[in-house]
Design a binder for this molecule. Sequence first.
Ligand SMILES: Cc1cc2nc3c(=O)[nH]c(=O)nc-3n(C[C@H](O)[C@H](O)[C@H](O)COP(=O)(O)OP(=O)(O)OC[C@H]3O[C@@H](n4cnc5c(N)ncnc54)[C@H](O)[C@@H]3O)c2cc1C
Length: 387
Amino acid sequence: MDLTETADEQAFRAEARGWLAEHVPTGALASFDTRAGFEEHRAWEAELHEGRWSAVSWPIEYGGRGADYIKWLVFEEEYYRAEAPGRVNQNGIFLLGPTIMEVGTPEQKARFLPRMASGEDIWCQGWSEPNAGSDLAAIASKAVLDGDHWVISGQKTWASRGAFADWMFGIFRTDPDAERHRGLTFILVPLDLDGVTVRPIAQLDGETGFAEVFLDEVRVPVDCMLGELNRGWQVAMATAGFERGISLRSPERFVQTARRLIALHERRGGEADAGLGDEVVRGWMDAQAYSLHTYWTVSHLLEGGTIGAEASLNKIFWSEMDIRMHAAAQQLLGPWAELTAEAPQARHDARWLDGYLFALAGPIYAGTNEIQRNIIADRVLNLPRGA
Ligand SMILES: Cc1cc2nc3c(=O)[nH]c(=O)nc-3n(C[C@H](O)[C@H](O)[C@H](O)COP(=O)(O)OP(=O)(O)OC[C@H]3O[C@@H](n4cnc5c(N)ncnc54)[C@H](O)[C@@H]3O)c2cc1C
């Protein structure tokens, strides 16, 4: 792994930095877990797309720049440094997009990818169900073929940004007699069809972007199946590996948190317990370690390698690091930590409370950390299974 940037990478970085300096909104957008904020973020996605920055690693024909993963990391670094808005179409661009490129038909690529890159279609992920979270293969929502349509019935839950999204990708049971993992199919579902009821769920911070999605004999055209019939599990696991291993949380997000934590310590460290300095230094070192590890993973991918079960190590590492850094900030802030953004005295410190509440979800979403530890025990360490 050579960390020296090439002239081409330096030029790419300068171009991204220049564009972001000109275009990143000066004030924060409203939260994308509100209807108004969701649309503000959609407009931002369109602006990114106009500059061809919405999906830099995608092929040019679909709205990307054909950038390799190193350049993708460079862009992410510049993006977080510029404090640009969160990506409302993250599930589409970083998860579903690469999956469509891998297993989609040419028609599906042409139909879905450009609209995803431009923010015209915003996607949510419909995997979890009330009785299928950690045990995802217990999915009960079913899809039955009827002529040239799938007829889908069941319930999905915890769909991030599902309250406002246009489309949902999910896995559905298509062969009830097959072994659990074998009878599932990956299907793309428009959320404006008859029979779809989207019910928002209030989150810890009171906003309602999360949703449960009820499907009552919803007729979805047969060409919305992604990949092969009854092979949805394999498609979904390829998406999940990519998510945990690289795309969900790029390192600069945590490097920026560490920088803000250091600044907070400089401002408030004198008043707080001196021992917190160690936590701040640890946050910085962990964020740097995660950054270097991601460069390693990306170099491995560029050499033709793949991401396997070791992606689970990554997911545990960043989610626990994020909580530790936010908890240290809460301690540094002392009683000020409880102020929400509406409090006049809170100034920008309320961001820490928001961030802390969201960090607490890190060990749960994208597969809980307990499940990641099971995967590591089983498939990385090859430990014998317990009784
Ligand atoms: C912020 C957030 C966003 C999310 N976004 C989405 C989304 O967009 N789309 C989507 O489909 N889902 C989403 N989810 C759902 C998420 O994937 C599930 O919550 C998660 O997989 C756990 O499933 P569960 O909630 O049913 O908990 P359960 O599976 O019921 O687990 C409950 C507890 O038991 C533990 N446990 C369960 N089985 C085992 C085992 N075999 N060994 C050890 N411990 C075990 C778990 O680790 C957990 O602590 C999101 C969740 C959160 C918090």
